[in-house]
Design a protein around this ligand. Structure first.
Ligand code: ATR
Length: 270
């Protein structure tokens, strides 16, 4: 039996175990997916290879610390965070599948970021993954965040490692950037368990595709207001699904059973 798992704190309510175990069932793999809350994440990741663990996901608050325990691939190095470790190499390889999660969530909905104008709201870990996912294919990227300095810092990182037109501002800059945008990602925690939105409804329009990284609730106020404006909407479970599918594919070399994983995830989310 192969053992995969998740390192984070807290991980008790994580959706990853049911999602990954649904994948193992769907493809007939003899494997389990378990959760760990270590004191020292880098030591736990480094030691997992000796225990015969085949692959690990890493979540909050350990994604940055995990960089020190792995050989980061170019995506993880750029984002500055690791969420997936593959122990088939020595040293283990770390990647960041949140980036592919954003790309594949859009692609699943026939939204093509190539040449688009994108706005990412937020400047934390989720926003970094979204900004690096969109910086390459899009023609222009704007980062807006409550703390404008954090948006500026993220935009500077993206400009340095990817290049292109990347601007930044506070949340007031949404008034200028969203009306001309094709893609909008909410990568803040606004809307999580509340009926708030970081983007005023009157800025939303029918030519926009909106991805909300918040998945509790699935139908956030931002997505409801985007739908009312005629926009294409992509809920946070798609991002969660595709970061997991990408991890499964890294570990197994096989195409992920996305439909089974999606069913399990949405059953958990109600
Ligand atoms: P994560 O790594 O999960 O993205 P994070 O680093 O804590 O989490 O980032 C949370 C994001 O949500 C930040 O962009 C934060 O804005 P600040 O950088 O100004 O803190 C944003 N955020 C959280 N609460 C917010 C609120 N009430 N209004 C606007 N933005 C908020």
């Amino acid at each position: 039996m192969d053992v995969y798992g998740l390192v984070g704190d807290p991980v008790g309510h994580s959706l990853s175990p049911p999602m990954h175990e649904a994948a193992y069932d769907a493809v007939g793999m003899d494997a389990r997916y378990v959760t760990f809350e270590p004191d020292d994440a880098a030591a736990a990741v480094a030691g997992a290879a000796d225990l015969g663990v085949a692959g690990l996901n890493v979540t909050v608050p350990f994604k940055e610390a995990a960089l020190d325990a792995v050989d980061p691939d170019p995506v993880a190095a750029r984002v500055g965070a690791v969420n997936t470790v593959d122990f088939s190499t020595d040293p283990p390889t770390g990647t960041n599948t949140d980036v592919a999660g954003v790309e594949r969530a859009f692609t699943h909905h026939d939204v093509d970021p190539a040449g688009a104008t994108a706005v990412v709201v937020g400047a934390g870990g989720a926003a970094r993954a979204a900004a690096f996912a969109l910086a390459e294919p899009t023609a222009a990227l704007h980062v807006a965040n409550r703390t404008a300095e954090r948006a500026e810092a993220l935009a500077a990182d993206v400009r340095e490692s990817v290049g292109g037109e990347v601007t930044a501002g506070g949340l007031d800059s949404l008034a200028e950037s969203v009306p001309d945008a094709d893609l909008l990602v909410n990568a803040t925690s606004v809307g999580m368990e509340t009926d708030e939105t970081p983007v005023p409804a009157d800025l939303l329009h029918a030519d926009l595709a909106v991805l909300d990284a918040v998945y509790a609730p699935l139908d956030t106020r931002l997505l409801r207001e985007a739908r009312a404006a005629g926009a294409t909407t992509v809920d946070g479970a798609w991002m969660l699904l595709y970061q997991g599918a990408e991890a499964f594919e890294r570990w197994t070399g096989e195409e992920a059973p996305v439909a089974a994983m999606n069913r399990a995830l949405r059953a958990e989310l109600g």
